[in-house]
Design a protein around this ligand. Structure first.
Ligand code: ADP
Ligand code: MG
Length: 315
């Protein structure tokens, strides 16, 4: 029985730890602490966290670019230590830092990479890959003439030459402008639709929310949340309502004390409530009963920013 058949997970990480040794005056850095993570096959999974959280360290361990100091990991069922060759063949990584040789041409770069992975010429899909990332026209242009977004897309193609079931993108849109960011998202979505499991790291909340179906949050080397995006959003159970009233608020009605009232201006009031316990209608009734007229009402759902602040306790 082979491992890859009996796990529903594309990536499984158990009690993973990484401590970078001390160097010079710098003390050791514990970049990952006891990380457990299971990424379902076929999913679009975000590893979200601020700079320094340990995202790249984790990715580099999976790709064999950094050595773990504790724990275990499997990719497509293959142990990264005992079955390093198979586990490496199962994953394609687009690194955070793009170190492209300026004198390479995209087609040449992909051919070299395919050679490196031992993909026979008859099975290479260089033209198809270039087309998929929208670089057919640049196939024989020098890499240095490509824009930042094009280079990033070329790196995605490079990570896919050996047709791995798992694609990892480390901060794919850091430094990529907004338009290209959306184009890149479309590419990644298309790959996922065709069956590739996608793991991406990001410190952009918007990116995780927009692109992924599951989100794990890494904070100071530890996983502080890991669930379906919708569950994560629901778990916060918090909504914000901002009211503009028809006259100055001298005293916030006592009945609103339970809703964390904040006076934003003489006539503007912000309230926070749990949709599972109260409705905006009830709040508006209290305000009207206190004798105020409503000029404007706006509500805002909790977004990942709120979840992040709540989970990491940094607000
Ligand atoms: P992220 O990708 O989430 O920004 P990193 O994995 O790059 O986080 O870094 C996690 C922590 O490990 C940080 O404190 C960083 O300074 C440290 N770190 C990363 N790489 C090295 C290294 N090669 N040597 C020493 N410390 C490192
Ligand atoms: Mg990083």
């Amino acid at each position: 029985m082979t491992m890859e058949e009996d796990t529903p997970y594309a990536v499984e990480i158990k009690s993973l730890g990484k401590t970078y040794p001390a160097s010079g005056k710098r003390p050791p850095v514990e970049a990952l602490k006891n990380v457990d993570l299971a990424i379902p096959k076929g999913s679009m999974f975000a590893l979200l966290g601020p700079n320094g959280a340990g995202k790249s360290t984790l990715i580099n361990i999976l790709g064999g670019l950094a050595r773990k100091t504790a724990g275990a990991a499997r990719i497509w069922g293959y142990c990264i230590d005992a079955q390093a060759r198979q586990s490496k063949a199962s994953i394609g990584i687009v690194p955070q830092e793009l170190n492209l040789d300026a004198f390479f041409k995209p087609r040449k770069l992909l051919e070299l990479q395919a050679g490196l992975y031992g993909v026979p010429e008859s099975e290479r899909r260089t033209g198809e890959l270039l087309k998929a990332v929208g670089l057919s026209a640049q196939a024989d242009a020098y890499a240095r003439s490509l824009s930042g977004g094009m280079r990033r897309r070329l790196m995605v193609a490079k990570a896919m030459v050996h047709d791995p079931p798992v694609l990892v993108l480390d901060e794919p849109t850091a430094g990529v402008d907004v338009e290209l960011r959306h184009a890149l998202w479309d590419h990644v979505r298309a790959l996922n639709k065709r069956g590739t499991t996608v793991l991406l790291t990001t410190h952009y909340l918007e990116e995780a929310e927009e692109l992924c179906d599951r989100i794990a949050i890494l904070h100071k080397g530890q996983v502080v949340a890991n669930e379906e995006k919708t569950t994560l959003l629901r778990r916060l159970d918090s909504k914000e309502i901002t009211l503009t009233l028809d006259r100055d608020i001298w005293q916030v009605p006592e009945a609103l004390d339970a809703f964390a009232p904040q006076r934003l201006g003489p006539r503007t009031l912000r309230l926070r409530y749990a949709p599972s316990k109260a409705t905006s209608g009830q709040l508006l009734d209290i305000v009207r009963e206190a004798g105020y007229g409503l000029i404007e009402v706006s509500t805002r759902e909790a977004d990942l920013e709120d979840i992040f602040l709540k989970l990491t306790g940094t607000d």
